[in-house]
Design a protein around this ligand. Sequence first.
Ligand code: FPP
Length: 242
Amino acid sequence: MPSISDNSPDPKVPRHIAIIMDGNGRWAIRRGLPRLAGHRAGTENLRRIIEACVEFGIHYLTIYAFSTENWGRPPEEVSGLMRILEDVIDRELNELHKEGVQLRHIGRLERLAPHLQEKVLHAIELTKHNDRLVLNVAFNYGGRDEIVLAIQRMIRDGVAAEDVTDELVSRYLFTAGVPDPDLIIRTSGELRISNFLIWQAAYSEWYITPTYWPDFGKDELKKALDAYAQRERRYGKVSIED
Ligand code: FPP
């Protein structure tokens, strides 16, 4: 993967933001609309947030679009979310490519319909040299599933127990080569990790807002970035003032 140019990153600006885009269903129900209308509104909002991330100099954005647990939703919602992924690729790919967005996928592609897998792979191939923003789309993604898969692959590769280190595990994850998220945003106020980036989130800062995802626009993102800039990241150590 080509490296993103950040020779002197500003520690007050997160290099990598990950987002749990929650609250689409409640957003829709409050308006008397079907849940899928909330996912559609959430998709439009995603466009705004991608643009804002480019503008604010964020280098990596990871979005939780479909979890390994989401297969348990009603079939029409599952197929609606599949259609949204397809529509996003069909309608937005060229524009994202022009804007220098590199699309990546984390999760397992194999349970998706073959034609959708092909579209995802085409989008990844087309944009692989872009370096303005890396957009990781977590689709059929689960943090535990990712770790299980990494362990299986390490065993298959014959890795010796004493060679298993933090760095090696990271290299076996879907996010290999991507720095851990500095900031994780969760919309709609729930206080849980929901199987998202459970390895990578070890030292991430969290920002949780009651705002539903379709309403989490550029101004809300700016508030999250301002809150992040106030944080002191200690990584388990003591403050420099102590
Ligand atoms: C959680 O809200 C949201 C999701 C499970 C789907 C998120 C998907 C999008 C925003 C569409 C973008 C997708 C792609 C493929 C780019 P919820 O339905 O759990 O909301 P609720 O908790 O209010 O019911």
